[in-house]
Design a protein around this ligand. Sequence first.
Ligand code: HEM
Length: 423
Amino acid sequence: MAPTAITVDDIQLGTQAFWTAPLDERDRAFAALRARCPVAFHAELYTLPGAPQGPGFWSLTRYEDVRSVNRRPGLFSSAGGITLSETSPETLEFFGSMIVMDDPRHAKLRLLVQKGFTPKTVAAVEQSVRTRARALMVQAADMGTCDFVEAFAAPLPLQVICDMLGVPAADEKQIFDWTNVILGVGDPDFGAFDALFESALAMYNYAQALGQDRLEHPGDDLVSILMHAEVEGQRLTPAEFGSFFILLAVAGNETTRNAISWGMKALTDHPDQLAAWQADPTAMTPNAVEEIVRWASPVIHMRRTANQDIRIGDAEIAAGDKVVMWYWSANRDDTVFPAGHRFDIRRSNAKDQVGYGAGGPHFCLGANLARREITVVFEEIFRWFPDLRVSEEPARLLSPFINGIKRMECQFTPASVISDINA
Ligand code: HEM
């Protein structure tokens, strides 16, 4: 599609086809919406098998509009669901942890786990992040060619969140498979709605057994904290605990994995950026990590529901309407990020990106942890495999919600002997 050929009416964010199109087409479509129709209404022309047909949704594509809605939770509720597709009350209840709640309940639940995610606690898990990352380097050392996602991007976030939750190592693979299905819903590789429920139920039952164990044998992991915590004088119900567990495992896993994978892809496509980063990692890393999350926008959107009639720009939004904040688009808004589609680790305001949310009460609880993980993975890759490059186009996840990479081959010079791995 030539840039001039796009009319706003051509852009159907509610179709499956839109999300399979090449990324530069996606960029052009969002640029057209930002320029010509920043608050647009889109029909839901595709629904997941088994899901109800939706009434359509408002799309916010400009940075300032996304921030404004994100920061006004009293007007824009999370309780009706956070993805653009229709979500039945049963589904919400099942996954209904704090991310689909409004304050004050949301704030109380968040407080329970917040201390597990402060910069100080994250610094304390630093050593385990490093040890886990190095073990991955050792495993990959003599491969030379491999699937980057499987070898480098997926294991670390999974292992770290499992460590924090207190999940035994033998069960990590199972958690990994369940989270894949939950966030991959809609992609043919991961099955449809039924598979989503089966995986969520299995994970829920797993959580109950683990929780019971920690009730009797408390440790210092998040599951023990959650099982013994009280909100308003009461313990979490099994249902509340189960959905909390699912949220933490899912949110901490896929997102960071995709940031790492897209980061490697961007660095391969922009050798000058890779060289600049490798030349001065100490100075470049913090900004490069922000730029990766801005450019990758691993969570493409979050949705809210209007609590009352409200006007945004020229649009009259009615109470009950779905309002979608396109983080992907806000992160490419040229008025904030000049040439926003370009990957540039020297971008002076990369830290203003909204990949983790835009400053509202649901701002990503794991942002510090994710920054740490992305940092450590790239430090280790640069150290042991400085010539690692992506060697084929990524197999992208078909999803309007998660900007995912399922597989992506990479090549590097094997480092058959990694000496002094713990140095
Ligand atoms: C690059 C990696 C990550 C990205 C891009 C990301 C993105 C996001 C986004 C966009 C939100 C919703 C923000 C909003 O609507 O205002 C969110 C919420 C959340 N994230 Fe992350 N996330 C990442 C990593 C993590 C990690 C490692 C964890 C660890 C468990 C985590 C846990 C959570 C939780 C628990 C919430 C819900 C917070 C609430 O409702 O108060 N995330 N994340």
